[in-house]
Design a protein around this ligand. Structure first.
Ligand code: MN
Ligand code: MN
Length: 268
């Protein structure tokens, strides 16, 4: 029995390509792999999140993380933006200084406040592999509103699976339109997107996903002038974010269920 179960779960783990990461239970959106020759889709696994890094863009393609009450806490914001030294040797390592005076925020894909459980976990959110150039009005407007809303769902007992990234080229910050940050090759995305699966309670994993599971997605232009717009006005279907990015979200969810929850437009 034990052997049979081990084999069963072993096969599932391989098929899922989740590498045993709790942050990839719902899938690996771009089939990223941890081989340094895969420079535009390089998988990095951390205890706090998983990500696909793009060496051509010098930003992550996506960051994926589980969020439930166990990840929240009172650890103070560390603010220790720093290069990620776990990138393959020889790869350019983006530094906080690349963003200085660019007119763009050092924007977290996974919110710092989503990792309040410990100083170490909060510190992990400040690695530059979790950061993209984000227009201040996006970051400090609808983007942060939606982050806060997600944590409210968690405080109500939900467990979330979240994937976020930046799509396209060129955003408008405080100093105007840039395709890459000045004096560096860090791509400025044209929009920021996020897809969220809302499970009723922690620990349900794939078995907790049904056709009735709530999925919320947003696509927010990476530009100024939107600070006071409601995050809800940027909602989109998961299908439309898949079309925008070319990724397959929640690919470990059975296809018939995926089809239903990805086509819907959240209206709560
Ligand atoms: Mn932010
Ligand atoms: Mn999908």
């Amino acid at each position: 029995m034990v052997i049979a179960l081990t084999i069963f779960f072993g096969v599932v783990a391989l098929a899922d390509l989740n590498y045993g990461s709790v942050h990839l239970i719902m899938g690996n959106p771009s089939q990223a792999t941890a081989t340094s020759t895969n420079s535009s889709n390089y998988l990095m696994l951390k205890p706090e999140y998983a990500l696909s890094y793009n060496r051509e863009r010098n930003i992550p393609n996506w960051v994926s993380w589980q969020l439930n009450a166990a990840w929240l806490g009172d650890a103070p914001r560390q603010d220790n933006f720093r290069p990620d030294l776990t990138l393959p040797s020889g790869w350019y390592r983006v530094t906080p200084a690349n963003y200085t005076n660019s007119g763009f925020d050092r924007g977290h894909l996974m919110s710092s406040e989503d990792r309040g459980v410990s100083v170490a976990a909060n510190s992990a959110t400040f690695l530059m592999t979790n950061i993209i150039p984000q227009a201040p009005d996006n970051n400090r407007g609808p983007w942060v509103q939606f982050e806060t809303y997600c944590r409210e769902l968690v405080k109500d007992g939900k467990e979330l699976y979240i994937i976020a990234g930046g799509a396209g080229f060129g955003g408008t910050g405080e100093k105007g339109l840039l395709e890459t940050l000045t004096n560096s090759k860090v791509t400025v995305p044209a929009s920021t997107w996020k897809v969220v699966l809302v499970l009723d309670k922690p620990g349900l994993r794939l078995q907790g996903v049904t056709e009735k599971t709530r999925a919320i997605a947003v696509v927010i232009p990476n530009k100024q002038g939107i600070r006071h717009q409601e995050w809800r006005s940027f909602r989109a279907s998961v299908d439309s974010v898949e079309a925008l990015t070319g990724y397959d979200f929640f690919s470990n969810v059975p296809q018939p269920v995926q089809s239903v929850i990805e086509a819907g437009l959240d209206n709560l």
